[in-house]
Write a protein that binds this ligand. Structure first.
Ligand code: EPU
Length: 418
């Protein structure tokens, strides 16, 4: 079993660059089926979720290859309109094939999508929306069977601003007959970026970044070459990694306004912060006090940084309260942090943390992507060596993790299975 080994206690400082956002790239890859021309996504990290999406597209008949810093997709000749279980269970984002394939083809069969085990992760909002667009949906034996005559524009009000459902319904409506209005949309920056990408393909979409999005269907979309926004969650992870070590970091390719909810915690005297267009510099000045964190849809604090900020709070002065409002099961990592001496009590969706002077190295098991990132961050401050197993989860979303942490001065190594 591969594992990361980290000996904590080094002060992290230096400059790194964020990759393009995983959660922008994955729906964009699905969108390649909307056109007969090539789709090129630049600055695309070679992470496991991207490779899984590549496999899905290839299974359906697309040609997908990496060249330079980009991934090039030619989906002009699709042959199979199904996503079998061995592929769909690899990642939640397989669900984006619903919106994209049904925009161009009258049927799709997809096994229930997998992904990190962080909650129920239902897909009723996706399916209810697709039904409004004219899709007949049957769920049977772990599969979703969809058929439609045409995609017809409609008015859809989401019962919750789901990121994936907002994206799926936008994608599916790009080629619809008439126009679609989606209300109570999610507003995550990755959705706004997806809309910019689709507009570059020729889609007519209005209202990005707001809670109401209107899509005027067009007859055809063209190919596109696009560089997605930087990954705010990756950037936030390295910022917290550096601060927990008492260090300083300059991270480029991330829009500061996209992680205001994180930076706001450090705008007091505890840190020196400088921001410019797409660069954040942050340096620890004073000791940190406990935090109150409450996750929610953007612009609230991102659930994807909840595990990492909880790890950070384990060594802050005093008490912290972390309320998880998006997923039901996103505290599994806390039991691993306790092995390191962290003082955390979980009560339903709330973690109560009392800061400790020190954490201690331990053998730790990642059970999902961001929980894994939390274990990495905690290990950087712990006394002694930690071994972090479950690299396959962390590889889903963090490209060149050991290289980037080493560049910042961490004592980290990846150990490969023989
Ligand atoms: N939900 C439903 N029904 C639905 C869809 C969602 O009940 O049809 C519920 C979910 O169970 C969850 C909540 O709504 O409790 C939010 O889910 P959402 O659909 O917004 O999340 P997602 O699209 O599955 C994306 C990101 C996640 C991120 C969430 C929330 C991608 C590929 N994934 O997931 O990223 O946590 O939005 O911001 O964009 C990660 O990167 O580690 C990750 C899990």
């Amino acid at each position: 079993m591969d594992f990361f080994s980290i000996t904590g206690g080094r002060r992290l400082s230096g400059k790194i660059r964020a990759e393009s956002a995983k959660n922008a790239i994955l729906p964009m890859m699905a969108c390649a089926v909307l056109t007969k021309e090539k789709v090129i996504i630049r600055n695309c990290p070679y992470i496991k979720d991207v490779l899984s999406m590549k496999e899905i597209l290839e299974y359906m008949g697309a040609k997908v290859f990496f060249s330079g810093d980009g991934v090039i997709i030619d989906a002009s000749d699709l042959k199979r309109f199904e996503v079998p279980s061995f592929l769909s269970k690899k990642l939640r984002s397989s669900i984006y094939m619903l919106g994209s394939v049904l925009a161009v083809n009258d049927k799709l069969k997809i096994s229930f999508p997998g992904g990190c085990d962080i909650g129920a992760r239902a897909f009723d909002i996706h399916l209810d929306g697709l039904k409004k667009l004219g899709v007949d949906v049957i769920e049977e034996e772990g599969c979703i069977l969809c058929r439609r005559e045409k995609i017809k524009g409609s008015e859809i009000t989401l019962k919750y601003p789901s990121v994936g459902a907002t994206e799926n319904l936008i994608i599916c409506s790009t080629l619809c007959e008439g126009s679609t209005v989606i209300k109570n949309c999610a507003k995550e920056p990755e959705i706004t970026d997806l809309i910019r990408f689709l507009k570059k393909m020729g889609a007519k979409i209005y209202g990005e970044g707001t809670g109401v999005i209107r899509i005027e269907g067009v007859k055809k979309l063209n190919g596109v070459e696009y560089t997605p926004i930087g990954d705010r969650i990756e950037a936030g992870t390295y910022i917290l990694a550096s601060l927990i070590s008492g260090g300083e970091i300059e991270i480029s390719n991330v829009l500061p306004q996209n992680i205001c909810s994180l930076l706001n915690y450090f705008c007091n005297n505890t840190c020196k912060i400088r921001i410019s267009n797409d660069i954040i510099y942050i340096k620890k000045e004073e000791s940190f006090s406990g935090l109150y964190v409450s996750t929610g849809p953007y612009p609230d604090f991102p659930t994807d940084l909840q595990p990492v900020i909880t790890a950070f709070c384990t060594v802050a002065d005093g008490k912290s309260v972390i309320r998880e409002n998006v997923f039901e099961n996103r505290f599994l990592y806390a039991y691993e942090l306790k092995k390191m001496g962290a003082n955390i009590k979980i009560d339903n969706n709330v973690a109560y943390v009392s800061g400790e002077k020190k954490l201690y190295g331990a053998n730790l098991y990642a059970k999902d992507l961001r929980g894994g990132a939390a274990l990495i961050v905690a290990s950087l401050t712990a006394e002694g060596e930690s071994k972090i197993f479950g690299t396959e989860y962390i590889d889903r979303g963090y490209y060149n993790l050991t290289e980037k942490l080493s560049l910042l001065g961490a004592d980290v190594k990846r150990n490969y299975e023989n």
